[in-house]
Design a protein around this ligand. Structure first.
Ligand SMILES: [Zn+2]
Length: 698
């Protein structure tokens, strides 16, 4: 670990006759060095480079657009900023630059953070209303800069889709950046289409280097990218959805508006090299602390039996899960009385859920529960339940519901978490559930963060971006408080699988369901995409029982969901003895060999994206332990019986012992250089078969 350093130096540019005090601050992580300059009414990034490397991505610095007007009584008022200087900070690596406006009286803080170790530099703005009256602020981007590529170098923009519903045929995008290139990437709280995870990597193919960006917010956010000229200049503006030109957020006197935190990081090598640095940063600085040393855990989720779960079935599933080596038993939807009535169904769980949790604990397992806690129904019992029919709660929902409206079995009406009383009820209800059901893990599902709400008393304006801003911050406040009170509780984000995936939610949960389609191909595709921006430990695949025609395809089903967080969603009681034995062995490998690599190794995408017609594979390698693994999959329609994977991240001069679980590779000793240039040949006879190939440096 290198300690982040901030070197501050002031330069006075004596340009006659006007003299401006121009000041610069250097922010430095182990791999990203950035200089920001402030003077008079201007703020700009003036250098950006890989730490220790002279080449600078900023050819021409671009002024950050600072908001130049606000609204008072719906009338636009111009704002003129004056740079005051750097504020004192007690946070290591933080630099806060202060601007003020004297009429109207406002304060604008530009807050930079360079964390220790590898990773990006982060930035956000805070706008404080000191005017003595209510104001409305327009859109303020969180980051603006222009990258300049070395002459004649080819650039690409890499970005990935969220895996909501079903991963598409594209998933991972790799777009050449030419003169005239335009990209408007957007992320909303609930992805409906082929939305991006708010991450992108501008990759210099010729120079083997790049710059990646991410947004730590779950509202409506995005990147606008445009490129022009030769050498190419790539302009990037990012933050709240740049297309929402009429955005407004309301601030009472003394209130502050906080823009989404943006991060920018530099890397050398390929996109995986940048992503691995980012993974380490996320695991160290963004993801909540991991309360269990075994993380990521092997889970069995009751959804393998759908809504049928009851106490007897849960106990049988716990017995079977324990015998397989599963570490957490999870009850999905089907346990409660009704949507919004989050008490155990007395017909199914006459003794409540605490005895089920006790039983899991007695078998050495943790206990988790699905709760759609933002969802209300029609069962109104005072404040015990959440219901659109309760006059005291009706206004918490985004709109009124007709008298004949009914929730479905596990989806209801969504409350707006921008509303303080709704938030308070949800937090209290979660406290009750976590305590009374003895939870080790809390999963949330369905709509969590709304961006449409008709109410006028929730603190937000009518701007979708502002509704999402308030709802996202409301969601954060509930989970931040709950985590403070229950520091050992694990949190899972499943918003119908893969609909809410961003670096804001990454700060609140331990893992994310990355898709809602659970067959082996969809799981591999979703993992291939999401594992660029996210640490693989956070990428959860649910494994649905699709064993295929053979024991080989049964193992492929399991392995396709074992590259990150592994959740079985199978009623394992239906498996044969042979399948049980195979599953027990895969889980044992996961815990002993794969999991340490997920946590401490680097991940490499060593094939094209899975498509069934070809082979696909992923590789982990940890240079400290010298251990690695290759997941090799022969597509279910791939005619070739063998495939050569070129490995990555090995030491050219080292010799590696290579062997495999199922015999697709003969036991061998091979030089790193050969594995990376000539590759590793894998042979699999059956369609849809797979193998795990182990590497150990000698
Ligand atoms: Zn609202």
């Amino acid at each position: 670990m290198t300690t982040a350093r901030i070197i501050q130096f002031a330069l006075v540019l004596a340009v006659t006759p006007v003299v401006h005090a121009q000041q610069r601050w250097a922010l430095k992580t182990a791999d990203t060095s950035l200089t920001v300059t402030a003077n008079a009414d201007q703020l700009a990034i003036t250098s950006l480079s890989f730490t220790g490397n002279a080449s600078n991505w900023i050819g021409r610095s671009v002024r950050f657009p600072l908001l130049d007007h606000i609204f008072i009584n719906n009338t636009s008022q111009p704002v003129r900023w004056k740079f005051l200087g750097k504020l004192g900070s007690h946070t290591v690596g933080e630099t806060t630059l202060q601007f003020i406006s004297s009429e109207p009286k406002l304060e604008l803080l530009s807050i930079w953070q360079a964390q220790p170790g590898p990773g990006p530099v982060e930035h956000h703005f805070e706008i404080v209303n000191r005017s003595g009256q209510v104001i409305e602020v327009p859109l303020q981007p969180s980051l603006a800069l222009t990258l300049t590529a070395p002459a004649e170098h080819s650039l690409e923009n890499w970005w990935v889709e969220k895996g909501g519903d079903r991963p598409s045929d594209a998933g991972t995008h790799r777009e050449p950046i030419n003169d005239g290139y335009r990209f408007n990437g957007r992320s909303t709280p609930y992805a409906e289409n082929r939305e991006m995870i708010p991450w992108m990597s501008i990759h210099d193919v010729t120079g083997s280097a790049g710059v990646y960006f991410g947004i730590e917010f779950s509202g409506r956010v995005g990147f606008d990218v445009s490129a022009a000229g030769q050498p190419l200049k790539v302009s990037i503006t990012a933050g709240l959805d740049p297309s929402e030109r009429d955005f407004r957020s309301r601030l009472a006197d003394g209130e502050r508006f906080v823009t989404p935190t943006l991060f920018v990081g530099c890397y050398r090598g390929d996109v995986d090299d940048g992503a691995n640095r980012l993974h380490s940063f996320v695991a160290t600085h963004l993801r909540p602390p991991v309360p269990d040393a075994r993380y990521p855990l092997v889970v069995n989720n009751s959804w393998g039996s759908g809504l049928a779960v009851d106490e007897a079935m849960a106990r049988h599933m716990i017995d079977d899960s324990a015998a397989l080596g599963v570490e957490l038993f999870h009850i999905d939807a089907g346990w409660f009385r009704a949507v919004g009535d989050w008490y155990p169904d007395p017909g199914k769980f006459p003794h409540g859920l605490a005895p089920v949790s006790d039983y899991a604990h007695s078998k050495g397992m943790l206990f988790g529960l699905w709760v759609g806690w933002t969802q209300g129904g029609t069962e109104s019992r005072g404040m015990e339940t959440l219901a659109v029919t309760n006059p005291k709660q009706r206004d918490w929902f985004t709109h009124d519901y007709p008298a004949n409206w009914k929730p479905s079995a596990f989806t209801g009406a969504t409350v707006c978490l921008g509303d303080a009383p709704a938030r308070a009820w949800c937090l209290n209800e979660l406290r009750r559930i976590v305590t009374s059901c003895k939870l080790d893990l809390l999963e949330h599902d369905q709509f969590m963060i709304v961006d449409q709400c008709d109410r006028t008393d929730h603190g937000h304006t009518t701007s979708p971006g502002d509704i999402a801003y308030h709802a996202a911050r409301g969601y954060y406040s509930v989970y931040d408080q709950l985590r403070k009170e229950y520091p050992h509780l694990l949190f899972e984000d499943c918003v119908n699988g893969g609909h809410t995936v961003d670096f804001g939610i990454v700060r609140r949960v331990h893992y994310i369901s990355i898709t809602d389609t659970y067959d082996p191909l969809s799981n591999r595709r979703a993992f291939y995409d999401a594992s660029y921006p996210l640490p693989p430990s956070m990428c959860e695949c649910y494994i649905e029982n699709q064993p295929g025609p053979s024991l080989a395809t049964f193992k492929t089903m399991l392995r396709s969901g074992m590259m990150g967080w592994c959740t079985l969603m199978c009623d394992t009681r239906a498996w044969s003895d042979e399948q049980h034995n195979a599953a027990r062995r895969q889980i044992e490998i996961y815990k002993k060999w794969i999991r340490p690599l997920i946590n401490h190794g680097n991940l490499f995408h060593i094939s094209s994206r899975p498509d069934e017609a070809r082979w696909d594979g992923m590789q982990y390698f940890n240079s400290q332990s010298g251990k690695g693994i290759v997941f090799a999959f022969r597509g279910a329609k791939a005619a070739e019986t063998s495939h050569v994977f070129r490995l990555k991240g090995l030491d050219h001069a080292a010799s590696y012992k290579v062997w495999s679980e199922d015999g697709s590779v003969a036991f061998n000793q091979v030089m790193g250089a050969k594995l990376m240039t000539e590759g590793l040949k894998v042979e699999l006879n059956g369609l849809g078969a797979s193998d795990l190939i182990y590497l150990q440096a000698q």
